[in-house]
Design a protein around this ligand. Structure first.
Ligand SMILES: Cc1ncc(C[n+]2csc(CCOP(=O)(O)OP(=O)(O)O)c2C)c(N)n1
Ligand SMILES: [Mg+2]
Length: 763
């Protein structure tokens, strides 16, 4: 009798308070008291107020990108009440503010954090909350680990709750966390806020399963789906799960079915991909409305109380915002302080130097913004607007503004007011404005990659694009705008939220002979895809002695300077340069981008095509319509000179131009833009350095083991007898790239580069 059922399962759905505010008294027994209901309602209302004010702060340029919680508050408050503050741990994502406040996080911290100040994650002692997790899905493993520690230490009365979205359940780390928690039988509560969307990807395309809750069945974990806009159901499910956890019953899974009533973040516009009717249907299911209806129906709430609460919420939130704004600005070198318990000696030196450089650098670190200026002699010049703002030039009568090709050395003389006016209208205040501007730019089809990928799709039926949000949303940088509509969903594929999946399947597609072009949204999220890319994609050819190959081009926005949160501003090119089997490119102009992207797509091996984000917005030029290639491995001499060679790549090309412009007039500096990082053009570098005898290498990535180290070593090997001075490096610091309040202090801006050039010349 070998054929029999070995496992059967069902998923229960729990709703206690319906959307009309009607309570199922039987199910509500032993759940919330009237006082608790009022308390939770107040928490939700204050959180909603905070959300609305945060939105306004962002729109008025006083805050960076912010993810609203609107519509999902019941999940946060109902579950938070079922946990024990100061005893249990909360491992959050970024859409459960009210839960964090209920667990003791001061409210202004959340505002401070989204204002770009990471000290907003330094919670007071006794507040058991890990920082908001901006990378999706990575934190559930930490929740499992914390719960494991409780089990190991026999702290039987403690549990952990972790929050995440529906999209996060596509990530490998989610499954790893679930499996570990289940195998180790640890007290973790996995709370999924299924809000139906992951940016622009609807749940049905995220997963093919009818519920999220059923994913837990694979791990034999007690699991339930609840109405996530119903505080009673959320509370009850969490209470049951916690009881099970502390009684040794192991982990549990809760799917709270809810809805994101706002855009994904303030950088998003959901109208691009979401049906207004769907939104309106969910407005009626708002947790605040139904809770209020219920309270009124049982006589514990009225209009007067509502008015009082609204006034109170306004006052609380005003105080919170005042508190966040009045936190003194971080010291410029604050981002060094907590790198290690004991700061290594060389980092201390960096730190001191950064303080010394600050006076020179201030204001120089805004996003690169090339503007056309007509100088006093009537000559057109291209300069970085951000730097001009900081030096407030004087004396010119006429000013003009345009985005155009830089033309090497520039000296600017402008009336300060005129320049200020131009610059204020030109410089993006925040990541969102930056994105909006990218949007406009791509509409004029001047996006670096768009034209090339369109052409590739048209040229070659084997080309396929895959990545998060690249379909109806056109990608977060709009580099794939309109491509899905034109080429169909099977060639421009919005994938589940799973970088390992994107990379691994792109490798498979390429092995099968297709030309896959995966997009990873930000360089930081190459992390989850690293194993596939480096340990598999990069090795396939050599392992099979060329029987199996991977002709794939991975497009990845890279670098800082756009006011983005953690893991959205890094420069990891050296890691992949150090990984054999992969080519690495980083063009910084539209012309180069098109030519190199064509070469990358044609290339028979895996290529990472890094696109510097700062340049997306700030630099336009005419690009020929016809097909052309720029050979991989060929550098470009941007400015010719005889006294010193500057070698750089990516966005810093523009800062180097500024620095060169500010060199003494009798000094002639050569600027080389590598464009190809691996293989890089050592011949061009060596020829130049043999002539000039001096070299400064500039990159955004940290100093230690950056590509600058490799280039310096090669110069030593190939140009030793020609050197007049040691090779200088001007780079990011050996720290984590700081959040945006301090990113200008980190980036190698023109004054620091100029200092490096001068030191090298003076040696
Ligand atoms: C590892 C990783 N990949 C991509 C992103 C970019 N990103 C930010 S939020 C998001 C969607 C998340 O959806 P979901 O998990 O459902 O949470 P929600 O935003 O809906 O609350 C994506 C793709 C990221 N932050 N981290
Ligand atoms: Mg979601």
């Amino acid at each position: 009798m070998p054929h029999h059922t070995v496992y059967e399962a069902k998923i229960e759905h729990l709703q206690i308070l319906d959307e009309n505010g009607k309570l199922d008294k039987k199910l509500a027994k032993d759940t919330l008291t009237d006082d608790q209901v009022v308390y939770l309602y107040e928490q939700m209302r204050v959180c909603r107020e905070l959300d609305e004010i945060a939105f306004k702060l962002q729109r008025s340029g006083r805050m960076g990108t912010y993810p609203q919680n609107k519509g999902q508050e019941a999940n946060a408050v109902g579950s938070a009440l079922a946990m024990v503050k100061g005893n249990d741990w909360v491992v959050p994502s970024y859409r459960e503010n009210a839960a964090l406040f209920m667990h003791g996080m001061p409210m202004h911290y959340v505002i401070q954090y989204w204002m770009g100040d990471e000290r907003g994650s330094k919670f007071p002692e006794g507040v058991n909350i890990t920082p908001l997790s901006v990378p999706i899905g990575t934190h559930m493993l930490h929740a499992t680990g914390i719960a494991w520690a409780f089990k190991q230490r026999k702290e039987a009365d403690r549990a952990v709750i972790t929050y995440f979205g529906d999209g996060a359940t596509s990530e490998g780390d989610f499954h790893n966390a679930m499996n570990f928690a289940s195998v180790m039988q640890v007290p973790t509560i996995f709370y999924c806020q299924n809000n139906s969307w992951a940016i622009s990807l609807p749940r049905e395309q995220q997963m093919n399963s009818a519920t999220v809750a059923q994913k837990a069945l694979a791990y034999d974990m007690p699991t339930i789906q609840v109405d996530g806009n119903d505080i009673f159901a959320v509370y009850k499910a969490t209470q049951d799960a916690r009881k099970r956890a502390i009684e040794g019953g192991g982990p549990s899974f809760i799917e709270g079915v809810t809805y994101r009533l706002a855009d994904h973040t303030t950088a998003d516009d959901a109208r691009r991909y979401r049906d207004e009717e769907e939104l309106h249907a969910w407005l009626d299911k708002d947790p605040l409305i139904r809770t209020r209806k219920y309270m009124e129906s049982v006589g514990i709430w009225d209009d007067k109380k509502q008015e009082e609460l609204e006034n109170r919420a306004k006052t609380i939130v005003k105080e919170v915002v005042d508190a966040a704004i009045s936190v003194p600005a971080p010291e410029s070198s604050e981002f060094f302080d907590d790198m290690y318990a004991d700061l290594p000696e060389d980092l201390k030196l960096d730190w001191a130097e950064s303080i010394a450089d600050r006076a020179q650098c201030s204001g120089g670190g805004d996003p690169v913004m090339m503007v056309k200026i007509v100088d006093v002699k009537g000559k057109e010049r291209y300069i970085n607007a951000a730097y001009v703002r900081s030096v407030t030039p004087k004396g010119a009568e006429k000013a003009d503004i345009d985005f155009g090709h830089w033309s090497g050395a520039v000296r600017v003389k402008q009336p300060a007011e005129q320049v200020a006016e131009i610059l204020n209208s030109a410089l993006p205040a925040s990541f969102d404005e930056y994105l909006a501007a990218v949007d406009q730019q791509s509409q004029s089809s001047n996006n670096m990659s768009a034209a090339t990928t369109i052409a590739a799709l048209e040229r070659d039926p084997e080309v396929i694009l895959l990545g998060e949000d690249i379909g109806s949303n056109g990608g977060v940088f709009r580099a794939t705008e309109g491509l899905m509509a034109k080429h169909g969903e099977d060639r421009v594929v919005s994938t589940p939220l799973d970088e390992s999946g994107i990379m691994g399947t792109a490798i498979g597609l390429a092995i099968a002979g297709m030309k896959s072009i995966p997009e990873i949204q930000f360089e930081g999220f190459l992390g989850p895809a690293y194993d596939q890319l480096v340990n598999h994609g990069g090795r396939m050819r050599t392992r099979t002695r060329s029987a199996v190959t991977v002709p794939m081009t991975v497009r990845v926005p890279v670098g800082g300077g756009i006011h983005a949160p953690e893991l959205h501003s890094d420069s990891p090119e050296a890691i992949y340069t150090h990984s054999p089997g992969i080519k690495v490119l980083m063009p910084c102009t539209p012309y180069d981008a098109k030519g190199l992207l064509n070469s990358a797509i044609k290339d028979p091996d895996p290529v990472i095509f890094f696109e510097p984000k700062r340049v997306y917005r700030t630099f336009k030029e005419e690009v020929p319509d016809e097909y052309y290639e720029i050979p991989i491995g060929e550098a470009k001499t941007v400015v010719e000179g005889d006294d010193l060679t500057v070698v750089t790549w990516g966005a810093p090309v523009f800062q180097c131009l500024e620095a060169i412009d500010n060199c003494p007039e009798d000094v002639s500096v050569e600027l080389i833009d590598l464009r190809s990082i691996y293989p890089f053009d050592m011949d061009t570098i060596a020829e130049s350095v043999r002539r000039t005898g001096r070299c400064v290498i500039v990159h955004e990535a940290p100093l230690t083991c950056g590509l600058g180290a490799e280039i310096a070593a090669r110069i030593m090997e190939e140009c030793f007898l020609h050197l007049e001075a040691p090779v200088q490096r001007v780079t990011g610091f050996d720290t984590i790239m700081p959040y945006y309040k301090l990113e200008n202090e980190y980036l190698p801006e023109a004054p620091r580069i100029l200092k490096g050039i001068k030191e090298c010349l003076a040696y």
